[in-house]
Design a protein around this ligand. Structure first.
Ligand SMILES: Cc1cc2nc3c(=O)[nH]c(=O)nc-3n(C[C@H](O)[C@H](O)[C@H](O)COP(=O)(O)OP(=O)(O)OC[C@H]3O[C@@H](n4cnc5c(N)ncnc54)[C@H](O)[C@@H]3O)c2cc1C
Length: 397
């Protein structure tokens, strides 16, 4: 594939830069970097600016506001936003449930939900995992018993990111316990989190923050009109969603920002008469990680380009997920090492600052991102997917 930017792509890059320069207020820059704490007030304003330009839903189907950008245009846009430290747009709404409603929603659902998603009227959470159903998602047990024009939902979800602030959940439920295959008896419901019978309990993570929760359903009555896709056909909807979720997961652009932070820390960290950045061994290790990231970036672009032609292989997203999450963890680990004693300090608000300014954020991020090889489908499972596909292809030769 062509990696040199064409005149049109260079013009697009200049347009994105000019937009960011004009629209991104200085106090908005870097807010998503602060300890993974979302800032809904600022995100909402940034989301509105992007929506007014038409860029918020660029990746959606053109019938619903998508712009039909090329993979390179998406990459340029993400890269420029990351470089200017624009607030991160909540992926659950714009990146996940929005495209799903475009693909599977009824006209009435599209008319109701899509403008709300674009306008940021709801915070969404994803209710898939359960205490006994994570990697083996099809074994989920949360029951949805049909009672006329309602489902009566009872059961438990876990690891539900943002459930404590969410107003809506896209949720997988077992609507047919008698189905021959576990995947055949599942439906997807769009659930209002204010319905009676829903209880949310926090789970605190190793970074000291509150990202995710347990969610309990006790005879919650959900209208049948809130089902996305056919009855008992929720597995097809979920499969489409998991493909969107994994496709952005290599997250090369964000990882490059972490690499940049590590280099900034090393340049400010004294070693004898020089700095850590000038230490041969450290410089060598940093360079190797940068080369690995460059290679991953090219792989991600190739996969995006193949996907745009409808030629992506089933396991491409799994390869990106494995390589992207493990590389980001290695870069974080080098950053913690570069921080020296400050890397070992519990990252509470009183922790001393590193002279580079990057220290505390990197420690919190590194702790949180231990989960990067688990969420979005654990890496062991992704390895199984890759192995099964490749061994099957080898057996067919
Ligand atoms: C930060 C974070 C945010 C999350 N947010 C959400 C969310 O918003 N909504 C949601 O629904 N879920 C969420 N999850 C849950 C996530 O999807 C699950 O943690 C993940 O699918 C793994 O499931 P599990 O935790 O039940 O682990 P298990 O499936 O119990 O796996 C435990 C270990 O065993 C390994 N293992 C399991 N089966 C196999 C196998 N067949 N072969 C080899 N190894 C195997 C796994 O790889 C893993 O290492 C989140 C998780 C994290 C960490």
């Amino acid at each position: 594939m062509e990696l040199t930017l064409s005149p049109e792509e260079l013009a697009f890059k200049a347009e994105v830069r000019a937009f960011l320069q004009a629209q991104l207020k200085p106090e908005w820059r870097g807010v998503s970097d602060i300890d993974n704490r979302p800032r809904p007030d600022i995100v909402a304003q940034w989301q509105a600016a992007l929506a007014a330009k038409g860029w918020l839903t660029a990746a959606w189907p053109t019938a619903h506001g998508g712009l039909g950008w090329t993979p390179m245009q998406h990459h340029i846009f993400k890269e420029e936003c990351s470089k200017s430290r624009a607030p991160k747009i909540p992926n659950m709404a714009i990146g996940m449930v929005g495209p799903l409603i475009c693909a599977f929603g009824t006209p009435a659902q599209q008319e109701y939900y899509l403008p709300r998603i674009i306008g940021g009227a709801d915070i969404w959470c994803q209710g898939f995992s359960e205490p006994g159903a994570g990697s083996d998602l099809a074994s989920l047990k949360t029951a949805a018993r049909r009672d006329g024009e309602e489902y009566v939902v009872s059961g438990q979800k876990i690891w539900t990111t943002y459930a404590h602030v969410a107003t809506k959940m896209f949720c997988l439920v077992r609507s047919d316990p008698q189905a021959a295959r576990p995947q055949a008896g599942i439906s997807m419901l769009l659930i209002d989190m204010k319905l009676p019978g829903i209880t949310v309990r926090p789970i605190h993570t190793i970074d000291g923050e509150h990202h995710f929760n347990e969610v309990f359903f006790d005879e919650v009555r959900v209208p049948v009109s809130c089902r996305l896709g056919g009855e008992h056909k929720g597995w097809d909807v979920a499969r489409a969603l998991l493909a969107f979720e994994r496709s952005g997961i290599a997250d090369v652009v964000a990882t490059r920002q972490v690499l940049h932070d590590v280099a900034t820390i090393a340049a400010a960290e004294p070693r004898g008469n020089a700095t850590l950045a000038e230490d041969d061994d450290f410089a060598n290790r940093l360079a190797r990680l940068e080369i690995a990231l460059d290679s991953l970036e090219i792989l991600e672009l190739r996969v995006m380009e193949a996907a745009a032609r409808g030629a992506a292989r089933d396991y491409d997203a799994s390869i990106l997920k494995i390589l992207g999450s493990e590389l980001k963890q290695k870069i974080h680990a080098l950053g913690i090492e570069a921080l020296g004693p400050l890397g070992a300090v519990w990252p509470d608000d009183d922790a001393p600052a590193h002279p580079s300014g990057a220290g505390r954020h990197l420690v919190v991020d590194a702790l949180f991102y231990r989960a990067g090889s688990i969420f979005g489908g654990a890496n062991e499972i992704q390895r199984n997917i890759v192995a099964k596909s490749l061994l099957k292809s080898a057996a067919e030769v």
